[in-house]
Design a protein around this ligand. Structure first.
Ligand SMILES: Cc1cc2nc3c(=O)[nH]c(=O)nc-3n(C[C@H](O)[C@H](O)[C@H](O)COP(=O)(O)OP(=O)(O)OC[C@H]3O[C@@H](n4cnc5c(N)ncnc54)[C@H](O)[C@@H]3O)c2cc1C
Length: 396
């Protein structure tokens, strides 16, 4: 007889584990199915920067979603740490959105003009930047200063969400989902190598690997792999007092384990031919990315010339055509909810995604939370699916 559950979640990345956590918290019986290991996709490779000031969020629904997702962490982090005993290595510090040339001054100030409606930020000049961190390059022209931003360890977050879900009776199965069980506009379970699992709802949170399931439902799941690489460096000297990012050079963050994270590469760092080569390419660290990231790091903090390279990480982000997540049921289908396409922000947006999907399912799929509406899959029936242009916008 087939295994059964209220909900099957496909994929134990930050998004799938968040969905399993919030659903099991409200008492649903949940099976979380993962083909490799918890966090083995993009989620273990991410910086864990919960940044609001980059180019990911635009004025309106997108920024409001990012802000609500950011606020989710203030209650979630202590609850998860207490439930699992996993230190999420979460730090809250001021952030600097640094401008090193005229173009960057324009970029960050233009964004600041509308971002300050949502968060307390201000422009600081080059002298003030150097008062905060004298080791930063003399080329710094100024920065947007934010009182508080957050960074945590993305793998630990993913693991803690999975463990906390298990403590709430979610079951984790290490298996590959080979197909959906679907007929007449309704999904009623999944097929796996170890047998079928029947359920009321399947939540598809397979990150980069979500797209193949569109064959079964005949509705587009527009996600492509977008490679991202970053470096962990060790250098002499105290940690940076702020979480730093810049439009052309990405992030620079002193982690709580003492290592400095720099990165990440995005679409503009790979040539057109190699951009979407597929899984193997997308998870393989490259020499060119290493050199590019080291150069960017030295541009921002010249002392890093003597830093030691400790680790190079590469992961595959689930890129959607508008770089925003795809959350909700595909039109014409019941029994399936998509939770994918989080592009550069799946760690930041994962917990809120999990919470609103749990809310949606607990209403019997009758009430779509307001905050979820702009991210429904239906928007792609009319939206152009230009992955190339979308990838070029990814800057960190
Ligand atoms: C270098 C880098 C830096 C980043 N920095 C940040 C950051 O600072 N902040 C931020 O918010 N985001 C960041 N991101 C983006 C973030 O990592 C992703 O958006 C996020 O991890 C996506 O999570 P996910 O759960 O959707 O996908 P994934 O983590 O990829 O998880 C999908 C899971 O599904 C499993 N799976 C796939 N197919 C199947 C199947 N058929 N059956 C069973 N299981 C299956 C996979 O094995 C995988 O474990 C970064 C990414 C990279 C690469």
């Amino acid at each position: 007889m087939a295994d059964t559950a209220d909900v099957v979640v496909i994929g134990a990345g930050a998004v799938g584990c968040s969905v399993a956590y919030y659903l099991s918290k409200q008492g649903a019986s949940v099976v979380l199915v993962e083909r490799e290991a918890i966090g083995s996709g993009a989620s273990a490779h991410a910086t864990g920067f919960l940044s609001l000031l980059g180019s990911e969020f635009s004025d309106g629904d997108s920024f409001e979603f990012g802000l609500a997702a950011y606020n989710e962490f203030s209650t979630l982090v202590p609850v998860l740490e207490a439930a699992t005993n996993i230190d999420l290595m979460c730090q809250r510090k001021p952030s600097l959105r640094l401008a090193l040339d005229d173009d960057e001054v324009v970029t960050v100030q233009e964004s600041m003009a509308w971002q300050q409606k949502y968060v307390p930020i201000r422009w600081i000049d080059a002298d003030e930047v150097r008062q905060i961190e004298p080791r930063l390059t003399q080329r710094a022209r100024g920065a947007v200063y934010e009182e508080e931003s957050t960074q945590l360890d993305s793998y630990r977050l993913t693991l803690a969400l999975a463990q906390a879900a298990e403590k709430q009776n979610a079951r984790l199965l290490l298996r590959t989902v080979t197909d959906l069980i679907a007929a007449d506009g309704r999904v009623s379970g999944v097929q796996t190598a170890g047998g079928d699992i029947r359920c009321d709802t399947v939540v598809l949170a397979a990150g980069t690997w979500s797209a193949p399931f569109e064959r079964t439902i005949g509705y587009p799941i527009p996600v492509k792999p977008l490679k991202g690489e970053r470096l962990l460096l060790r250098f002499n000297g105290p940690p940076l007092p702020a979480l730093i990012s810049s439009p052309k050079r990405g992030h620079m963050i002193s982690r709580l384990d003492g290592l400095l994270s720099v990165g990440s590469t995005g679409g503009r760092d790979y040539d057109t031919e190699s951009l979407f080569w597929g899984d193997d390419f997308d998870r393989q660290p490259t020499e060119s990315a290493k050199m590019e990231l080291l150069q960017r790091a030295v541009d921002v903090l010249p002392e890093l010339e003597n830093a030691e390279l400790v680790q190079q990480l590469a992961g595959s982000r689930p890129l959607s055509p508008d770089r925003m997540p795809i959350i909700g049921p595909p039109p014409g289908w019941e029994g399936i909810v998509l939770a994918t396409g989080h592009t550069t922000k799946g760690i930041h947006l994962g917990p809120l995604t999990g919470r609103i999907i749990a809310e949606y399912l607990s209403s019997g799929c009758k009430e779509t939370p307001q905050i979820m509406k702009p991210f429904l899959p239906g928007r792609f029936s009319s939206l152009a699916q230009d992955f190339y242009a979308s990838s070029r916008m990814v800057e960190e």
